[in-house]
Ligand binder design. Structure first.
Ligand code: DAH
Length: 343
């Protein structure tokens, strides 16, 4: 029996050493150490032995059992490490391969200018009002003091959808919507950026372009408030050294109306091709809200006054960033768009 046990020990040592994977090893564990294994079945023979023989026999079986257990554990560690190594090898990522070149988006210059202008006015306590691009004639013209057949309609050659609706030719109708919503109660302090449409097409005019409308209504609002507001805006947008001047103009919905110029940032006012040698660049239209507009939009024109202005988004962007053709904003040429990546 002792020989048999020794043989089992040798046999186990060899087989465990030769095991190639965990499954094989698990089978060997069952074969040598389970209750039904030959080795363990020898345990039951112990009862037939006595004294020293019994002790020796018990020790032998135990030491063989311990030896096999140890060998299996050690082998298990080796096989597990090997399995892990193989798995890692299979999953290895070849970092020397060139990666995919994902194109990173940039904010479009148009939107960037909208955000910059909006930030400046939000900083002065303005709120953003939204308008709609398909507008009623009533709002686009009539409530703005431009009745049917008024010659001022010719200033804005428009796209009509039917008799009463058009693609808005200006953001000014937002003024009328906001005033009517307010039900005759001031104050109002809003800007409204958005797209407008006119039948224009050349290097500085597009059939679709952007405007930012501004409207302030309150008691005791004067022309000097308008001047101060625009001066602050211009200095923030174009630099502290810029000055502004107002020239008389005409818009049906303001009285008086002005056109606002800024001192040329290219030549500092001396005269250059950008400012057409005048030292000044026109940037927006503005004025005091016409009493007729206040009245039609539900405000008491004796109690309330207001000022309004309309800024051309592309115009500001073209001046500020030196863009030569308005069509660059819409052709989606990435070489153009990527130049205005800020970060
Ligand atoms: N809506 C005018 C235009 O498109 C711009 C404008 C001028 C807006 C004077 C105003 C304003 O609010 O007061 O030509």
């Amino acid at each position: 029996m002792i020989d048999k046990i020794k043989e089992i020990a040798r046999d186990a040592e060899k087989k465990i050493a030769n095991a190639e994977n965990i499954e094989e090893l698990n089978k060997l564990q069952l074969l040598y150490l389970s209750k039904k294994s030959t080795l363990m079945s020898f345990m039951s023979e112990m009862k037939n032995l006595v004294g020293e023989e019994r002790a020796k026999f018990g020790q032998l079986i135990n030491s063989v059992k311990q030896d096999i257990t140890k060998r299996i554990e050690e082998k298990k560690k080796i096989l597990e490490a090997k399995a892990l190594e193989e798995k890692l090898k299979k999953e290895v990522i070849d970092i020397s391969l060139p990666g995919y070149n994902y194109q990173k988006g940039t904010k479009h210059l148009f939107q960037r200018v909208v955000d910059e202008v909006s930030d400046i006015f939000i900083g002065m306590g303005y709120q953003i009002a939204e308008g709609k691009e398909v507008e009623e004639d009533h709002f686009n013209f009539e409530l703005l003091n431009v009745p049917k057949d008024h010659p001022a309609r010719d200033m804005q050659d428009s796209f009509f959808i039917d008799e009463t609706k058009l693609l808005r030719s200006q953001t000014s109708p937002v003024q009328a919507h906001v005033m009517l919503e307010k039900n005759g109660k001031g104050p109002i302090k809003i800007i409204s950026p958005g797209k407008v449409y006119r039948r224009d097409d050349d290097a500085t005019h597009s059939h679709q372009f952007g405007q930012i409308e501004g409207l302030v209504i309150d008691e005791h609002v004067s022309m000097s408030d308008l001047l101060g507001t625009l001066e602050l805006f211009v200095k923030k947008m174009f630099g502290e050294k810029r000055e502004i001047r107002m020239r008389p103009s005409y818009f049906p919905f303001t009285e008086p109306s002005v056109e606002v110029d800024i001192s040329c940032f290219e030549c500092g006012g001396k005269g250059c091709p950008l400012c057409k040698h005048t030292g000044w660049i026109e940037i927006l239209g503005a004025g005091m809200v016409h009493p007729n507009v206040l009245k039609m939009c539900g405000f008491d024109e004796k109690k309330y006054q207001g000022f309004a202005f309309g800024i051309g988004i592309e115009r500001v962007a073209m001046l500020r960033y030196g863009v030569d053709d308005i069509r660059r904003f819409y052709t989606n040429d990435m070489r153009f768009n990527e130049q205005f990546h800020k970060e």
